[in-house]
Design a protein around this ligand. Structure first.
Ligand SMILES: Cc1cc2nc3c(=O)[nH]c(=O)nc-3n(C[C@H](O)[C@H](O)[C@H](O)COP(=O)(O)O)c2cc1C
Length: 135
């Protein structure tokens, strides 16, 4: 099974999840400025919300996908809103890429809120999530 991990992270929170996925799945976690070069069965795509929306770089990445992607599995951190699933699904739908119903979400530190998140427990959970996706 071909698996890829891409993410966008301004402050490092989502990157922590990406790195945990990487160590669990044995594939590199790369930023969204590195497009996919070959077809994949599963694309783990990580993002966060900034001013009520996903970052333009995430949108560009999905828009520019020109290989076959079996499905996108969303993972995200935000401070308040509930994950980036709906925003990313909209992008995936425009490209006819199946969006997995499975997603991973946890709070991400933002100023005085959610200090230390994602924490060790979140990283354990995201690794278990990865196992459940690829099982
Ligand atoms: C400029 C900026 C704007 C943000 N706007 C929102 C927002 O509208 N809603 C929300 O839930 N979180 C918001 N956040 C919090 C981030 O989504 C949260 O800290 C996330 O974990 C950041 O991920 P990152 O460290 O991978 O960039 C914002 C953070 C920043 C830095």
């Amino acid at each position: 099974m071909k698996i890829a991990i891409r993410y966008y992270s301004k402050g490092g929170n989502t990157q922590k999840l990406a790195n945990a996925l990487s160590s669990e799945l044995g594939v590199p976690a790369l930023t969204v400025d590195q497009g996919l070069k070959e077809d994949v069965d599963i694309l783990f795509l990580g993002s966060a919300v900034y001013a009520f929306d996903a970052d333009p770089q995430v949108k560009e990445f999905v828009k520019n996908l020109d290989v076959k992607v079996g499905k996108i599995v969303n993972f995200s951190t935000t401070a308040m809103v509930k994950s980036t699933y709906e925003q990313v699904k909209k992008l995936a739908d425009q490209k006819n890429i199946p969006m997995s119903e499975q997603e991973f979400y946890c709070k991400g530190a933002f100023g005085i809120f959610h200090k230390g998140k994602p924490n060790d427990e979140d990283l354990k959970r995201v690794k278990a999530f990865a196992r459940s996706v690829v099982k």
